[in-house]
Design a protein around this ligand. Structure first.
Ligand code: ME8
Length: 513
């Protein structure tokens, strides 16, 4: 098994502040990063911001700022997501950093040198006031005029560097064929394969109509196309063009996590740029689905953009993280609703998981003064619960390989449900009435708490703060849960007999509505 794992988020545009869509991708990556650490791997987890290009330049002009001033302001909102959402990223990259200029120019030079990047002429429909090119298709949808301002457009030509994407059709198709897991989910893979099989045009990779970008080496007036610049962040973040220990250890990336809107850039252009420059393509790209809010597209004009900081302040990072990954099958679209978030947090986290822990600790306190008893002989329900624990651990492992967070979470909730049913069925409160049942009572409480311990561990990539608190309660004096190895700590029976546990621990208070 490969013992390293490199995962990346897209780098987000700084033309606007983060919303739940950005939080979603970053949280998904964080969960995978945490899980792979628990599997004993060395993990690198990169996120960052995309600061060049027309979008950022325009937005800065509207706000009366220079693009750099805007970037410097907005970047703090993206950097602040890490502490707010308990994100464990290793690196953060801004495309305006000098190290990134060196990296992009190096990659570009390699393709210039081998003839894959050549100077040509870009011709298209241009809106002068908006300084933007539009395709025939975009114009057709807007009645022949500029889709943003509605004014007439004109045919324009500008010198441009092109990347010979047409040359990479066969190599890309071969790469997809030899690496069936490269693009996930499967349906998205089929779309990309069909697109590439349909033929590829060379791609314009520079602009003269714009100055906010990385200069094309030795070509005054040309700046590198923002997507060429942005994609290269994934290698800059590891130290490229230097062959740093990070670069040689972690490249190629295991997963570029992206929204389905930007899959083509990652699954077609990016591997072709790398192949051309003699750098290995990434091993995987996962395209997740799209969130709407209460059934509508998120947009400023509708005023329904959901602020992740606001969600964290109201419900806590754990409940927010849990909801986003529990609500929809990862890969499909989802609809965000605070009502649903509250319902799930209350019915699953508070009533099921929180309750299992707190009531078991309560009984341990009442009947054993908080000291964990040694389990006695196994009876049928005990063996069944232990088997459920093993099944849950295996199911989570398989689900995480598949990047199916919803399956992992339902496996944990199923374990918690079974553990609560076990407590109902074995009735420790009834056993406690007769001292002759003391051994049996100890076994029952041991098993209930052991199920809670295992659930805390398996949930920890999703709810790191609450899991840590559960861990402290159940493994007093132990190492933090995020350092635990799932193979060792995930084995049934890890709860230490004799440990002194608190009499109560409320990790998921009920959210009042
Ligand atoms: O595209 N639902 O940046 P961006 C789910 N800078 N995910 C969403 C979402 C939604 N409604 N809205 C946004 C860019 N996202 C480029 C990327 S990478 C080399 C350059 C997430 O700020 C999703 O991951 O527009 C999407 O791909 C990303 O934010 C787009 O962020």
């Amino acid at each position: 098994m490969k013992d390293t794992f490199y995962i990346t988020t897209p780098i987000y545009y700084v033309n606007d502040v983060p919303h739940i869509g950005h939080a979603y991708t970053t949280i998904a990556c964080d969960v995978l990063a945490r899980w792979h650490r628990m599997k004993g791997k060395r993990v690198y987890f990169l996120t960052g911001t995309d600061e060049h290009g027309e979008k950022v330049q325009k937005s800065a002009t509207q706000k009366g700022l220079s693009p750099r001033q805007l970037a410097d302001q907005v970047v703090t909102n993206f950097q602040g997501l890490s502490p707010a959402l308990t994100i464990s990223n290793t690196g953060f990259i801004r495309t305006t950093e000098p190290r990134h200029y060196a990296s992009v120019q190096d990659l570009f030079r390699r393709s210039l040198a081998n003839g894959d990047i050549y100077l040509g002429e870009y011709e298209g429909w241009y809106c002068v006031p908006d300084e933007a090119y539009w395709t025939e298709r975009q114009l057709a949808d807007a009645g022949g005029n500029c889709p943003t301002c509605g004014r007439p457009v004109e045919k324009r030509k500008e010198p441009s560097y092109f990347f010979r994407l047409s040359r990479y059709q066969d190599r890309l198709l071969r790469y997809y064929g030899e690496n069936p897991g490269f693009i996930r989910p499967e349906e998205r893979r089929n779309e990309v394969v069909a697109f590439v099989a349909g033929g590829l045009n060379d791609l314009s990779v520079s602009r003269t109509s714009l100055s906010w970008g990385i200069p094309v080496p030795d070509a005054p007036g040309h700046v590198i196309y923002v997507w060429y610049d942005a994609l290269t962040n994934y290698i800059t973040g590891l130290g490229y063009p230097q062959r740093t220990p990070e670069f040689t250890t972690f490249w190629p990336a295991d997963i570029h996590m992206v929204g389905k809107d930007i899959l083509r850039f990652h699954a077609v252009y990016w591997p072709a740029f790398l192949m051309s420059a003699g750098v290995a393509p990434p091993l995987g790209v996962f395209a997740h689905g799209w969130w709407t809010v209460e059934g509508q597209k998120m947009s400023k004009s509708l005023g329904n953009v959901v602020d992740p900081y606001d969600m964290v302040q109201r419900y806590g990072a754990d409940a927010f993280r849990y909801f986003l990954l529990r609500e929809v099958s990862f890969g499909l679209d989802g609809d965000f609703s605070e009502r649903e978030l509250v319902r799930r947090a209350n019915s699953e986290l508070a009533d099921k998981l929180g309750n299992l822990l707190n009531r078991s600790l309560g009984m341990l306190g009442r009947y054993f003064g908080g000291a964990v008893p040694s389990p006695g002989a196994q009876e049928t329900p005990d063996a069944a619960l232990r088997d459920s624990g093993r099944e849950a651990a295996d199911a989570v492992d398989a689900a995480m390989e598949e990047v199916a967070f919803h399956k992992a979470l339902s496996a944990v909730i199923e374990l918690v449900t079974k553990a609560n049913e076990y407590v109902q069925a074995t009735e420790p409160w009834a056993l406690a009435k007769d001292p002759a049942n003391r051994g049996r009572l100890g076994t029952v409480l041991y098993n209930a708490l052991e199920a809670a311990r295992l659930s805390a561990l398996l949930m920890s990539p999703f709810t790191p703060t609450a899991s840590q608190r559960m861990w402290e309660a159940l493994v007093p004096g132990g190492a933090p849960v995020e350092g635990a190895r799932v193979d060792a700590a995930g084995a049934w029976g890890g709860l230490a007999a004799g440990a002194a546990l608190p009499k109560s621990c409320i990790v998921f208070p009920k959210i009042e509505t």
